[in-house]
Design a protein around this ligand. Sequence first.
Ligand code: KIV
Length: 278
Amino acid sequence: MARQDSPRGYMVPTKQVRISDLTARKASGEKWAMLTAYDYSTAAAFAEAGVECLLVGDSAANVVFGYDQTQQVSLEEMIFLAAGVVRGAGNALVIADLPFGTYEASDEQCVKSAAEMMRRSGAAMIKIEGGRRMAPRIKALTEAGIPVCAHIGFTPQSVNQLSGFKVQGRGDSAAQLLDDMAAVTEAGAEMVVLEMVPADVAKQATEQFPIPTIGIGAGPDTDAQVLVWHDMVALPEHGHRPKFAKQWAQVGASLTDAAASYKREVAEGTFPAEEHCF
Ligand code: KIV
């Protein structure tokens, strides 16, 4: 994949990143990064950093809309967010989640929702949650010409069925995880997110199957990593931080401080100053 320096000195792809580019990197062992994005401006910032892939995750339910549960976000809300991300994404590959309740009922419902998402947002790939039980949906999407990223291990849309946020694939259930991996690969998924899976099981899944694995709480040996961007920059300042996320900046604190400085200067009458006036 050809890359060049961005204005800020980061190596960015010079051409649109394709699924095949990321698949090829499995063979070369060159790891790549995915971040969630939910709007034009953050998509543009992450693309300028050279992040290869942006995910319009249904984590938007929590971090954008403030819903209590992932399951509350609608297809319509996701499509509006994804369209903004695609406009800001530069050469990054954009993947969009199908939200809860828009694909589980039948292959027809799944293909209709995915086509609606792709047509109206311009996203290049669709992500759905579930392993073997979702293999028919993955096959139906693939046959309809829609590229699929699967999502196995901990699947947030099934949090109630899984009795909370728990690591999946530990001990005896490693076999189940690897069976899900086999099922989504056979059904035609071209990549797979492994969420909250023991590192050794994620390593085995990565080595045993030909499609790229993207880890979140799945250790260092997956082909790629993904994080919800709010988790990697501590936004909000006092929010919950998953164990698997590292913070590279304190954006929540900076944002609050900037807003407080603005408010103070407005109250003092020192903003706007002469240089801000026409
Ligand atoms: O919705 C989301 O942000 C996701 C990631 C956590 C992988 O699915």
